[in-house]
Design a protein around this ligand. Sequence first.
Ligand SMILES: O=P(O)(O)OC[C@H]1O[C@H](OP(=O)(O)OP(=O)(O)O)[C@H](O)[C@@H]1O
Ligand SMILES: Nc1nc2[nH]cnc2c(=O)[nH]1
Length: 183
Amino acid sequence: MHASDIEGDLSTVLVTEAEIHAKLAEIARRIETDYAGKDVLLVGVLKGAIMVMADLARELRLHVETDWMAVSSYGAGTKSSGVVQIRKDLDSDLTDRHVLIVEDIIDSGLTLSWLLENFASRGAASIEVCALLRKPEAAKVEIECRYVGFDIPNEFVVGYGLDYAEKYRNLRDVGVLAPHVYS
Ligand SMILES: O=P(O)(O)OC[C@H]1O[C@H](OP(=O)(O)OP(=O)(O)O)[C@H](O)[C@@H]1O
Ligand SMILES: Nc1nc2[nH]cnc2c(=O)[nH]1
């Protein structure tokens, strides 16, 4: 069975692999300009950001370091609990670092709002956010996000790192699951 057969579980493809790669290339050019002459620390938020991190980092013609943070507010379901837990903290000291947080999605904004406040106390020189997807209609808090890939409708999406019950992260496109998957 080929991995792309799981694409059959999608009712709608919202963003294709090709669109994602074109957008990450655009964002990478902006980051190269904005951070010229600076060392950047890319902080990926596990697990959803694995694909964005891998593709964005390889697209950048800059020296970057990478680190990972694991936080969770979603558990196994499709609704944010609003309670953010640290599952894995950073290995790096953020003092005087130019930090670019790499996220797959901003939904309610609660995860990033919490992360930004947490990072602000660690002495970074700058903190910015890059998110591949954003759901404007779902925002419970406003997040200043310097680099946004796509604004999408307020629907639960999977693929390109985003899961449903830990599955579908390996889909190449981003889409909405068909109703039969939930039953
Ligand atoms: O804006 P919010 O409503 O806070 O949602 C965004 C967060 O939700 C997802 O993580 P999740 O907790 O599902 O963990 P995962 O990345 O390990 O799947 C996603 O990766 C973001 O971190
Ligand atoms: N898989 C998935 N995780 C999320 N976390 C916050 N929003 C979403 C979403 O739409 N899909």
